[in-house]
Design a protein around this ligand. Structure first.
Ligand code: RP5
Length: 162
């Protein structure tokens, strides 16, 4: 547990197909993490306890994903100084614009670093967490640089016919 610096939290089991994109990036970069369901609305006491203990448990970054009335990232940011990266989960009713607006418009004083809606946002949250941790971890910095170099190398110069 002492080695875990990244917490991935989400409002519901239904968010996991999105949020596991963040977990996949952390796995690729060999970064330990924990994943928990912590709902702002359904399990507010769990949210409170998680935020209250985040610093003492050694978390350096929290990735928080939620959909709809997505209060989880902002409430977590209100409860801990550990940086919170918000992931707006895509919704059926409003395509995740509801989630995005709920997460991004934080009042001055309690920031949430808000990613794009859906899977790309979750993956980028993993990369953002990696970048933050890499500042104090040269071996991780090398792994992240290599990851970025490999991605660039995978992009062809010219488009191909199917
Ligand atoms: C939010 O409500 C969750 O983050 C989830 O995106 C959304 C729907 O949750 P379920 O009804 O699928 O559990 O709190």
């Amino acid at each position: 547990m002492g080695n875990v610096k990244v917490g991935i939290i989400m409002g519901s089991q239904s968010d996991w197909p999105t949020m596991r994109e963040a977990a996949a990036i952390l796995d690729e970069l060999d970064i330990p993490y924990e994943a928990r369901i912590v709902s702002a609305h359904r399990t507010p006491d769990r949210l409170w306890d998680y935020g209250k203990t985040a610093v003492e448990r050694g978390l350096h970054v929290i990735i928080a994903g939620a959909g709809g009335a997505a209060h989880l990232p902002g409430m977590m940011a209100s409860k801990t100084r550990v940086p919170v990266i918000g992931v707006p989960v895509q919704t059926k009713a409003l395509s995740g614009v509801d989630s995005l607006y709920s997460i991004v418009q934080m009042p001055k004083g309690f920031p949430v670093a808000t990613m794009a809606i859906g899977a790309a946002g979750a993956a980028n949250a993993g990369l953002m967490a990696a970048g933050i941790l890499a500042n104090g971890d040269p071996a991780l910095a090398t792994r992240l640089d290599d990851w970025r170099t490999a991605l660039s190398a995978s992009i062809p110069d010219e488009p191909q016919d199917d």
